[in-house]
Write a protein that binds this ligand. Structure first.
Ligand SMILES: Nc1ncnc2c1ncn2[C@@H]1O[C@@H]2COP(=O)(O)O[C@H]3[C@@H](O)[C@H](n4cnc5c(N)ncnc54)O[C@@H]3COP(=O)(O)O[C@H]2[C@H]1O
Ligand SMILES: Nc1ncnc2c1ncn2[C@@H]1O[C@@H]2COP(=O)(O)O[C@H]3[C@@H](O)[C@H](n4cnc5c(N)ncnc54)O[C@@H]3COP(=O)(O)O[C@H]2[C@H]1O
Lengths: 141, 141
């Protein structure tokens, strides 16, 4: 494959599909979300609504930052905070029709990217790991 | 640059040097470490000893997992746990003399890599972001 062929590749073969993506629901408590993050082991995951639309991104850092008191981290407050209050609502995302080039440009600054279809429904994620594997394959041939 | 030239590049120009790397000291409490992780915003950082030797890697996930009780996350226990008890001591690292190829092979499975000199002193890190920037530059020319 030459450079242009790789850059023009559609991303669909590289997407981790939604059923394999750990996420939380809009409306969940930050306490529940922190358990999901800890048990799945991911540092940042999507927040979806009941129709599987993308609402935001939530990370352990955002949760801990929100309860960083003057003297200690105030974990007792977590049950009363909803994910919607602490998540990042400005999500940079990809469309299913985007190319590898678009994904490469964006993962410079994002560890993973959410992918949505034309209706705005969340369909999966593109990770740096997958992009790096493709680049390595390309560069080693 | 052709493929071989990029892969053979020494990593030294791409290292984020140690003074810019957030870290904790061996012997610190997990409570102190969680504050450092939260304030710096990184999900995983190196653990160094007083001589700046690399002892392990510590992530927020490792800390939270260690206090995941049956009913709730037991944050009151953090002051009594040392980072050495929860960190990952099997650190995959690079030597200053390694090439870009070695770094590329390893970042497939690691978001960042610690770099040590011949004495085993920590000198900095190589991140996926830096590697992706180089690959993008190479692929766009
Ligand atoms: N259970 C596991 N098994 C094997 N390796 C693991 C792992 N958890 C993490 N890693 C490794 O650590 C990297 C960073 O993970 P992190 O959770 O910070 O950052 C992740 C996480 O925020 C998100 N992510 C990846 N897969 C996910 C999934 N199935 N569900 C939800 N979020 C996911 O995308 C980011 C980048 O993922 P990427 O694969 O490039 O990079 C991952 C992967 O190389
Ligand atoms: N303060 C900040 N400003 C701008 N962007 C930020 C940022 N904090 C995080 N990011 C972005 O998020 C990515 C994942 O960060 P994370 O903390 O999970 O994972 C980081 C962290 O574990 C470690 N790391 C990076 N820089 C570090 C530093 N100066 N000190 C300690 N650890 C660092 O290397 C991993 C990969 O870093 P990478 O740069 O490839 O990828 C970073 C970067 O693209």
């Amino acid at each position: 494959t030459n450079n242009r062929a790789l850059l023009d590749m559609p991303i669909k073969d590289f997407i981790i599909s939604s059923e394999k993506v750990a996420h939380v629901q809009s409306g969940n408590s930050a306490e529940h979300a922190l358990l999901v993050l800890t048990k799945t082991g991911y540092s940042s995951i999507p927040v979806l609504d009941v129709k599987y639309r993308l609402k935001g991104l939530l990370s352990t850092k955002m949760i801990t930052e929100s309860i960083l008191g003057l003297e200690r981290i105030e974990y007792d407050k977590l049950a009363d905070i909803r994910v919607d209050e602490v998540m990042n609502q400005e999500v940079v995302y990809l469309k299913v029709s985007d190319t590898f080039q678009r994904a490469l440009d964006l993962v410079i600054n994002h560890a993973f990217l959410c992918v949505v279809d034309d209706e705005g429904t969340f369909v999966g994620i593109m990770t740096r790991r997958i992009i790096l594997k493709q680049l390595k394959k390309y560069i080693y041939q």
